[in-house]
Design a binder for this molecule. Sequence first.
Ligand SMILES: [Zn+2]
Ligand SMILES: [Zn+2]
Length: 220
Amino acid sequence: MRLRLPEERPTEPPTGYKIAHPVLSHDGTRAGFTGVSLGGALPYGVLDEARCVYGRRHRSPHRRCDCGFHCVHESAVAEAMLCTAEHRAAVLLEVSVLGAYIRFERGFRYARQRVRGATVGPCDCGAVAAALADAGWGRPGWRVLTAACAGCVRGRTSLSLASFARLAGEGLRVRAATGPVAVTGSLGVSELVAEAALLQARLDWFQSQLTRLQEPGTQG
Ligand SMILES: [Zn+2]
Ligand SMILES: [Zn+2]
């Protein structure tokens, strides 16, 4: 006789929270996320299916493996993970838990996931994030992005929060932790103002670089 756990049949997918690093494909055509610990080697899209991180041929989540997407029930628990030094640059995700799942006291391990929202913390300098910019590291084929304000983006590869949301697709909402909400789809006034500020900051930076190069006696 096999002992089975009670099966749940929720009327709508459970909500969970997790932290992850935003990623941009090397050709700039796709955006997604990558985990901070187990599964960090497998970037995922906004709507995606878990694969076994050990390459075993079973469906995730498998009872005798720890693969699958992971999340916690409480946003405060996920937010607390952002305090550690190595997770400071990660973003907070709100997800829908889809497909088969295993429920734990603190969260779920599960088969499919829709990322509904991402909250981006402040830039390194403390200002509200206007963009997600190249963090200087990544996974094969993917650049990891980190929060940047308009002043700190400089010449780095970057996307405004709204552009990241559009590229990631599936109706993803991206917002700065303490700033205006950047919504996907058609841009509102606040998103256009944010886009303009970002463009202006980048123009200023390029202009200053040009001026520096044109000054006599400076080396390029
Ligand atoms: Zn597995
Ligand atoms: Zn900054």
